[in-house]
Design a protein. Structure first.
Length: 399
């Protein structure tokens, strides 16, 4: 937390030697992200301390202005604020190449892909932990589709939202093209496996997920009219993680992911991990190593990303999906209530390993759960999310 100091000098004014009755003064805080006005010191020269929330670093990645041809070089750049970044780490979505940092410019990178695929490139700042992503559609393969190739191709999936429980199960897809040449061949891939199916409407069965993090499967379709093929179109299915013991049985649409103890893994995007459903609970599991820096202060923060804003409740507990006791009820052992609560559109909980009156106190070598719900603390019950999903990003800062 950051602090700003306001000093207020109060002077007495006498007019015409008439004694005026004393009146109370009202002081308010009008600094974005600041609250908790506290006075120290006596008399007219008191010191007022304002506590301000720590700013979260944000980054923006800029890709090429137009969809590049396959097997050509695309330029990527990144800019970060609060604070500015001097270096970033690049990552790519599944089956895509990791960008290469440009010589002499640590905030730029180049990347090359085969044609006919869509890739998401993410840059994570080395110091502040902020990140940004850009989606690039690669035309191809290598050239624009021939004039008589199928056009307007799309995939219809079952289930329609692409979401399965941790038990996995059957899925289905069907391809269709609205124009161009008549389709004579349907070529499907499953993740990195090409020639997975040649059916117009293939089916598959996804295995159960015994881990806590969701598992996503990618299917790509290339429709051809003879030797003239359209660009690949892609869809995904996600098998939810298995909920550990706790209170998750009381809620629908529970997603559990693993949070990194440090900033090396970058932020967790809820949209890429099964989605934060309006009526759901999104849980980040944090395994604290025994070797953690016990003199430091760490934090977990939820920030808006992709969808419209919503009020949220946040807790940290030794139990997943723990919102017992109502907002503000706490138990440092998690036996009857969460250890700590937070609320707002961008809630944050700071934690440490020594006694504290304001931060959550955790223990090295233990596992904790940071739980999120789309609900306003002042209006408990109904969801605060106006849509089907209210996604965001979860950022962790190491102690």
């Amino acid at each position: 937390m950051n602090s700003q100091i306001l000093r207020v000098a109060i002077a007495a004014v006498a007019a015409f030697a008439v004694s005026l009755p004393a009146q109370a003064a009202t002081l308010t805080v009008d600094i974005p992200g600041c609250s908790a006005l506290a006075m120290t010191g006596p008399g007219p020269n008191a010191t007022y301390q304002v506590t301000c929330a720590q700013q979260v670093q944000s980054c923006v990645v800029n890709g090429p202005p137009e969809s590049p041809q396959g097997n050509t070089v695309a330029q990527l750049t990144v800019a970060c604020i609060n604070p500015a970044a001097t270096a970033v780490t690049w990552q790519a979505s599944r089956d895509c190449a990791t960008p290469t940092v440009a010589p002499g410019n640590p905030l730029a990178a180049t990347v090359t892909e085969p044609g006919g695929r869509t890739c998401v490139y993410t840059a994570t700042a080395g110091g502040g932990g902020g990140s940004g992503s850009a989606t690039v559609v690669w035309q191809g393969p290598g050239t624009q589709p021939p004039p008589n190739s199928p056009t307007g191709c799309a995939i219809t999936r079952t289930p329609a939202n692409g979401q399965l429980t941790n038990a996995g199960g059957p899925i289905g897809m069907s391809g269709a093209c609205s124009g161009g040449g008549t389709v004579t061949a349907w070529n499907w891939r499953r993740n990195a496996t090409s020639a997975w199916s040649t059916a117009a409407a293939p089916t598959d069965s996804l295995p159960a997920n015994t881990g806590s993090s969701p598992v996503t499967y990618t299917y790509g379709l290339t429709a051809c009219a003879g030797t003239a093929c359209a660009n690949e179109v892609v869809t995904t299915f996600t098998v939810a993680g298995s909920a550990p013991a706790g209170f998750c049985g009381a809620y629908p649409n529970v997603i559990i992911v693993d949070l990194p103890i440090d900033t090396g893994g970058g932020p967790i995007a809820t949209a890429a991990n099964g989605g934060f459903a309006a009526d759901g609970v999104f849980v980040g599991r944090l395994v604290v190593p025994a070797s953690v820096n016990q003199a430091g202060i760490g934090s977990v923060t939820f920030v808006e990303f992709v969808d419209p804003p919503a009020e949220r409740l946040m807790t940290v507990s030794a139990n997943p999906c723990d919102f017992r006791g109502g907002y503000g009820a706490t138990d440092p052992t998690s036996a009857t209530a969460p250890i700590k609560w937070s609320n707002g559109q961008t809630p944050q909980i700071q934690y440490q390993f020594t006694p504290s009156s304001s931060n959550a106190v955790l223990q090295a070598g233990q596992t904790y759960y940071f739980n999120f719900r789309n609900e306003a603390w002042y209006a408990p019950g109904p969801s605060s999310c106006a849509g089907t999903y209210c996604n965001g990003r979860i950022t962790t800062r190491q102690p």
